[in-house]
Design a protein around this ligand. Structure first.
Ligand code: PAF
Length: 246
């Protein structure tokens, strides 16, 4: 596997699958890498903790960063190129062009994290332009992110197919997330109320957690989505209400 840091070094051959990530790899990321591996000649994973999608006071500084560990896991999962740019490669001096997916990006997560999806959509479009993938891979765990990216791709006629892979859960039901690393054992136990409440479609089961929202959302597919805070950690999760995860 090659590690590249600049757009100039990013030359790929044949159909390329891109898995955009912020690192802190877990089985959820690995399942995206494996899907991309099965469907493309070249697999590129981007590793960039995107400052533009964090508001002041969020967890940008403590977000897990371990490039060496991530590179080993990516290589084992069949990634050909790890694109790990510096911030200036993505946001050059004088950067001032943003993608705002107005409606889908302003509800639910968008209400609690204003500007978040503007940062996500902008960095994804930039990555699509740099890597020029035939397909890009995202997890259903971030259902609203998927809806935002799909809307952007349709609205701006971006020539990429968005592939969505199912949420991967630990044995206890907690959806895998890089942010689970912040949870103490006691907080993790309390966090299990989130998948249980979603599975039971019962917000009452979230008793004891600080709930930002627990709502149905008309994405494709329709989901029941929730966000909770456990101590200083914010977790999101969802269950699909109809159809499959594609
Ligand atoms: O899901 C993520 O890790 C990020 O939001 C993404 C898609 C890599 C954009 O920074």
């Amino acid at each position: 596997m090659k590690i590249v840091r600049t757009a100039a070094e990013l030359r790929t051959e044949g159909s390329t699958g891109l898995v955009p990530t912020m690192g802190g790899f877990h089985e959820g990321h690995l399942s995206l890498f494996r899907s991309a591996r099965a469907e493309n000649r070249t697999v590129v994973a981007s590793l960039f903790v995107n400052p533009a999608q964090f508001a002041p006071g969020e967890d940008l500084d403590r977000y897990p960063r371990d490039e060496k560990r991530d590179a080993t896991l990516a290589e084992e999962a069949g990634v050909d190129v790890l694109f790990a740019p510096a911030a200036e490669e993505i946001y050059p001096d004088g950067f001032q062009t943003w993608v705002d997916v107005e409606e889908v990006g302003s509800i639910l997560e968008g209400e609690y994290r204003p500007g978040h999806f503007r940062g996500v959509a902008t960095v994804c479009l930039k990555l699509f332009n740099l890597v020029r993938p035939a397909r890009a891979y995202f997890g259903q765990k971030d259902a609203q992110q998927v809806a935002v990216i799909k809307r952007m791709v349709r609205d701006l006629a971006v020539p990429v197919e968005i592939r969505v892979c199912p949420t991967i859960r630990d044995e206890d039901g907690l959806a895998l997330s890089s942010r689970n690393a912040y949870l103490s054992p006691e907080e993790r136990e309390r966090a299990l109320a989130l998948p249980r409440a979603l599975a039971a479609r019962d917000p009452g089961a979230l008793d004891g957690l600080a709930v930002d929202y627990f709502e149905e959302a008309d994405f494709e597919p329709r989901v029941l989505a929730a966000a909770v805070r456990v101590g200083s950690t914010r977790l999101i999760d969802n269950v699909v209400l109809e159809g499959d995860t594609e």
